[in-house]
Design a protein around this ligand. Structure first.
Ligand SMILES: NC(=O)c1ccc[n+]([C@@H]2O[C@H](COP(=O)([O-])OP(=O)(O)OC[C@H]3O[C@@H](n4cnc5c(N)ncnc54)[C@H](OP(=O)(O)O)[C@@H]3O)[C@@H](O)[C@H]2O)c1
Length: 246
């Protein structure tokens, strides 16, 4: 049973649309994000939907020395955690930053290093408790490097590979590690994108993630059709793929 939930990046639209389903089951939440006002709005909504308790904390993902304390404080305020859900991320315009060394490092740190930092804290926490679930939003963008988004994509690819190994390590200890790979979702992150047929609504994606976490799936493509799309993209030989403008 998932009752006590820690969320990093709790103001993410996809996270919001996921955790609102747990609120209906009277869950307790510890929400971490950068902006206390935005966290307050999420908190109000969760309480209105039936959440039992919601506590808030501000932390920038790049302040990784603060990550362990956020989990300790969550445990102290809402009780032993059942789920640590990591959702934050940024989607840079590849062309704007690709030759800017410091910007590339910063984007990689937000989308990969900070997530590995949080997962390290989460796995240590759950190993000591002997149970728990770590769910992380990666992306289909991590499946294959493309010229239009290889900085974001390689960071997500790093997360996906890291989670694969972590799942393998924690399996026998009864700790679940869930990799979530959304395709294109209509959220603030993609506000400047032209919305085509493949775009999914955050509510659909959130509901599917909620169900996947409840079932305890290892890897989920959301919506599911992205598994087929990425299967095709991954099957293209590199000698051809490198010539495509994707
Ligand atoms: N939307 C898509 O098409 C799509 C597709 C695949 C994967 N994803 C992934 O899904 C996750 C959620 O994205 P979303 O679509 O829900 O976008 P979103 O609504 O724009 O949410 C992004 C979240 O990341 C937080 N964030 C960014 N930089 C941060 C930092 N340095 N420290 C702490 N928090 C930070 C933002 O906080 P603020 O509210 O303070 O800005 C916001 O909560 C991300 O990991 C994203 O990469 C999204």
């Amino acid at each position: 049973m998932i009752r006590n939930i820690y969320v990093f990046g709790a103001t993410s639209k996809i996270a919001e649309e996921t955790i609102k389903h747990f609120a209906k089951e009277s869950a307790n939440f510890y929400l971490v994000g950068r902006d206390i006002d935005k966290l307050g709005i999420v908190s109000k909504d969760l309480l209105a939907r039936g959440a039992n308790k919601v506590e808030l904390e501000t932390c920038n993902a790049l302040d990784w020395e603060k990550h362990p304390a956020t989990v300790d404080k969550a445990d102290n305020s809402i009780g032993q955690l059942d789920l640590i859900f990591i959702a934050h991320g940024t989607l840079p315009v590849n062309e704007d930053i690709r030759n800017n060394q410091m910007k590339v490092i910063e984007e990689f740190n937000i989308n990969c290093t900070s997530i590995i930092s949080l997962c390290t804290v989460a796995s240590d926490y759950f190993e000591k408790k002997g149970k728990g679930t770590i769910a992380v939003i990666s992306s289909v963008a991590g499946e294959r490097g493309r010229q239009s988004n290889f900085i974001y994509g390689s960071a997500k690819g790093g997360v996906t590979k890291y989670l694969e190994g972590l799942r393998n390590r924690l399996f026998e200890k009864g700790i679940k590690v869930i990799t979530i790979k959304p395709g294109m979702v209509d959220t603030p992150m993609t506000k400047d994108f032209k919305k085509g047929l493949l775009f999914a609504s955050p509510s659909r994606v959130g509901k599917e993630i909620y169900k996947g976490i409840k079932i305890g799936r290892d890897v989920m493509y959301v919506p599911g059709y992205w598994k087929i799309i990425m299967g095709i993209i991954k099957s293209i030989p590199e000698s051809i793929f490198k010539k495509l403008k994707l």
